[in-house]
Design a protein around this ligand. Structure first.
Ligand code: FE2
Length: 341
């Protein structure tokens, strides 16, 4: 009986194998700094729809850039996926990306959320916002990032270290919008507002607020979603107390940044990689990614997930994100001058 079954399975499998042998497998190879299940799900959906298999190599962004440089024209990588426009800019400057422009990509991704040459495109968007404990603090004091430096806020604000790319990119945006002098004054004011020396990640800042160590914390939005959906009840309890302020930057809205992707300089599967990039920014994939990671979609027609929409309306600054990369070094110099560690 078992032999008969094996024979049937073999006879069914054989034509498929022969077919596959005649048709080389189509693949796209992704080097990704992102480590979310949702990304894998999007790649799998793409494979279901197109038959193109997506292979992923995961590592830190700087490591992936180094690897692309070392591999040069023999690299198998087609797409580089990473978080923060500052990092995407580093990849572009290192020469490991190539420009690409298609009508679909231009329609899917707003102008300020992509590289002007098409070297990278935003995939998902996050805002850097001010959070507070709804059960004991009122949000009225803060309407702008500048308000974090008000004298009343001395020793009441927490934020992570200045070496973190999220803070470097925020500082770069402040330089772009307000100029270097006011940016330096802001950074100096922030150090007076610090309730403690910068430590920990964004989630730790919100935990410090709920623990009463500080009253306001500067964090990326999706970390609130990660607290609210954590498997640790203590983190859920923190998330439930968190209120969100969308601060203005100069005359504009709140500072946003992206996770993004760019076609690698030597992409061996160029056309299929462009198809994947278009798929990731399509309305269907955008709705799915937004629902899974508590980030905002970049696609103009796609609404954020309900859990994200509940934090309030995001009015975003339209600072071109490539500027964040260009001003990153100046941002770091300002942090060093004012002693924001
Ligand atoms: Fe993050």
């Amino acid at each position: 009986m078992r032999h008969l079954l094996s024979a049937i399975i073999l006879s069914l499998a054989l034509p498929a194998l022969l077919f596959a042998a005649g048709q080389p497998e189509r693949v796209v190879n992704v080097y990704s700094h992102r480590h979310y299940d949702a990304d894998r799900d999007v790649y799998d959906r793409f494979t279901e729809e197109t038959g193109i298999v997506v292979n992923v190599v995961q590592a830190g962004a700087d490591e992936l850039i180094q690897r692309l440089l070392a591999e040069g024209s023999s690299s198998e990588a087609d797409l580089l996926v990473t978080v923060d426009a500052g990092r995407l800019h580093r990849a572009r400057e290192a020469g490991v990306l190539q420009p690409v422009e298609t009508p679909t990509l231009l329609a899917n991704v707003p102008e300020h959320l992509r590289d002007p040459d098409g070297s990278w495109y935003g995939i998902t968007k996050r805002a850097r916002v001010v959070t507070y404990d709804k059960t004991r603090t009122s949000p009225e004091l803060i309407e702008s990032y500048a308000d974090l430096t008000r004298p009343e806020l001395e020793d009441r604000v927490v934020v992570r270290s200045s070496s973190n790319i999220y803070n470097i990119s925020l500082m770069a945006a402040i330089i772009a919008e307000l100029g270097p002098e006011r940016a330096r004054a802001w950074a100096e004011g922030m150090t007076r507002s610090f309730a403690r020396d910068p430590e920990g990640n964004d989630r730790d800042q919100m935990k410090a607020v709920v623990a009463g160590i500080a009253d306001f914390a500067l964090v990326n939005t999706y970390y609130i979603g990660l607290l609210l959906t954590s498997s640790d009840p203590a983190e859920v309890a923190v998330g439930e107390k968190i209120g969100v302020i969308f601060p203005r930057l100069g005359d504009g809205g709140t500072h946003v940044n992206v996770s993004g992707a760019g076609l690698t300089a030597h992409a061996p599967n160029r056309e299929d990689a462009i198809a994947l990039l278009e798929y990731m920014t399509s309305a269907g994939a955008q709705a799915f990614l937004a629902g899974a990671n508590y980030e905002y979609p970049v696609h103009p027609d796609v609404e954020p997930a309900p859990i994200v929409a509940a934090w309030g309306e995001l009015e975003e600054a339209d600072t071109p994100l490539e500027v964040l990369g260009e001003l990153g070094d100046e941002a770091t110099r300002i942090f060093d001058t004012v002693g924001w560690r």
